[in-house]
Design a protein around this ligand. Structure first.
Ligand code: 1PR
Length: 529
């Protein structure tokens, strides 16, 4: 059977395509408004911001056909923004008209103790028996959003599921043949594929209303990270730095080769990684759109990996050898089209933060702002490459210092974390608090917090660094660098409010498995998927 996809070109739709193809269906794209009415099955994978999505629908003349299709109760599945579009508007884009199927407004999550955007695996409570969830065993599902559908603003007969994140919100709606999910079934592994297939196959097996009325809880994410670069033979390999030095003295200084990126990513997906991150560690000197390996890598990986993919390295403006100019948005858009859900900006974020701190002005031209404006905050990750600078007293520096639990090499009791660019090769007069607060102001949605001093050491995460950054921002923070055992993940979740923890070396060298990490963290009472 053919599935009609409403792809308005503003986000990662490759994942939903791959999921539909994996389920054995063919895909037709909507090219004309009348196809919205004639489609047998219509999937609307909303990605990006509410305003951009509605603008794209209006520009293409899709608004009225969509309203008519839904009012005539023709088969429809909305995902994420595709659900929010059913409302009359959203606080994300004041004044922009939604489809108006529901009179209410989509609201921003309240700023409080929980990070916004809400990114990760949360539960849901079914409010009525549903064939859409046939076979679902209560597994957590993947959400990534800053705005939510309030229960009070959603017509009761439509509410299919509710979820908790600082407040209770509507995580799925359904009436007749029209349904929509706030979560991304195409990013939820097997449970998500099954739910998607229930819609596509008109499954009739009911999943009964949830008896468990407990509040749902967002899980801490365990992320596998693959640092990739070409080795000396020119092959794209997964490598791993030791304090960012990827060359191994024991092999005469060759680039460490820990495996093939697509193979390792597939293994981590099957082992239960909640997200997978690729970092093109020589991105600061290559041009992703010319040498295609990272684009091809994403296309290949996203065919079989159905959890969120982040790609970093080289996200910035470029001028190629023929003088053609590319913006950071062009580079990011190519990565999204190839299957990335988030892009991670390293060096260019430091430059953007320096400029913002110098002028105090948002120009809209920084890589962070360009990508935020089209794809939303949840698609923009800032990769921080800090190194410790120890000082005897806070008066020695104007930077934000932390008090050290273990004194520095010369007995220093304090340190500040200096930001670097080009993979740690150049230190800047910028500390991590300055960087992350500026990037949050410019629209970043998440922090990937590395630590050069801990990278590859297996000594555990840098807790002072993580606490300092977590206290400075309200967006999610991924702890990275130094994991050497499953216990280190327990430590970071018990001693800091990190929203996720990332590792590379211990997974590549098979010292610790992802499931072992999750089982250990779960036994310690930390919520995991
Ligand atoms: O500056 O925007 O082109 O991005 C470059 C990207 O590449 C940044 O995300 C930067 O962190 C990364 N990068 C650059 N050079 C290196 C290097 O290692 N020489 N990798 C590098 C940094 C950090 C994590 C690492 C964790 C966990 N790696 O990816 O995996 O530290 O490691 P562990 O669990 O083994 O301790 P741009």
């Amino acid at each position: 059977m053919k599935v009609t996809l409403l792809d308005y070109g503003a986000g990662n739709v490759r994942s939903i395509r791959n999921a539909i193809l994996r389920l054995g269906y063919e895909i037709e794209d909507v090219n004309r408004p009348e196809e919205i009415l004639s489609a047998e099955k219509l999937v609307f994978p909303g990605v990006g911001s509410f305003g951009i999505a509605m603008e794209q629908l209006r520009k293409r003349g899709y608004m009225e056909p969509l309203r008519r299709r839904i009012r005539e109760d023709k088969s429809f599945l909305g995902i994420c923004i595709g659900m929010q579009a059913l409302f009359s508007g959203s606080e994300e884009s004041p004044g922009v008209e939604g489809l108006g199927i529901f009179p209410g407004q989509v609201r921003r999550f309240p700023q409080g103790e929980l990070a916004v955007p809400a990114i990760g695996w949360n539960g849901l409570r079914l409010e009525k028996d549903s064939p859409l969830f046939g076979g679902w065993k209560g597994e957590k599902l993947y959400f990534v959003h800053s705005y939510h559908a309030p229960v009070a603003e959603t017509p009761a007969e439509w509410i299919l599921a509710r979820t908790d994140y600082g407040c209770e919100f509507v995580s799925a709606v359904s009436r007749g043949r029209v349904s929509a999910f706030q979560f991304h079934p195409e990013k939820c592994g097997t449970p998500g594929l099954n739910i998607l297939n229930n819609y596509l196959s008109d499954n009739e097996t009911l999943c009964l209303r949830s008896e468990d009325r407990m509040k749902t809880r967002m899980a801490k994410r365990i992320i596998a990270c693959l640092d990739v670069r070409s080795n000396d033979a020119g092959d794209l390999v997964v490598t791993k730095g030791d304090q960012y030095d990827v060359r191994d003295d024991s092999t005469g200084g060759a680039v460490r080769n820990l495996g093939k990126p697509v193979t390792l990513a597939q293994r981590y997906f099957e082992e239960g990684a909640d997200e997978i991150t690729f970092l093109n560690i020589t991105g600061f000197r290559s041009f992703p759109l010319k040498d295609q390996p990272m684009i091809d890598l994403l296309k290949e990986t996203s065919k079989n990996v159905f959890v969120p993919l982040t790609i970093g390295g080289g996200i910035r403006s470029f001028t190629d050898s023929e003088g053609k100019q590319y913006t950071a948005l062009d580079v990011a858009a190519a990565y999204f089209r190839a299957g990335a859900d988030k892009v991670s900006i390293g060096s260019d974020a430091v430059y953007a933060a320096e400029e913002y701190l110098r002028t105090g002005k948002k120009t809209g031209t920084s890589s962070i702002e360009q990508i935020f404006n089209v794809y939303g905050a949840q698609a923009v990750v800032i990769s921080v490459d800090p190194r410790r600078v120890c000082v005897q007293s806070p008066e020695e520096t104007s930077h934000h210092v932390v008090e050290l639990s273990i004194p520095g090499a010369d007995g220093e009791k304090y340190c500040w974390y200096q930001c670097t660019v080009s993979g740690g090769r150049e230190g800047r007069d910028l500390d991590v608090v300055q960087l992350v607060t500026a990037c949050e102001a410019l629209g970043a949605g998440e922090i990937l917090l590395n630590c050069i001093d801990r990278d590859g050491t297996g000594a555990g995460f840098d807790m002072e660094l993580i606490r300092q950054v977590k206290a400075a921002v309200s967006i999610p923070v991924i702890a990275s660098s130094g994991a050497g055992s499953a216990q280190h993940f327990v430590d970071v979740f018990q001693q800091t409010d990190a929203d996720a923890a990332l590792a590379a070396g211990i997974f590549h060298r098979r010292e610790v498995g992802i499931q072992e990490v999750k089982d250990t963290v779960r036994r310690a009472g930390v919520e995991v998927r």
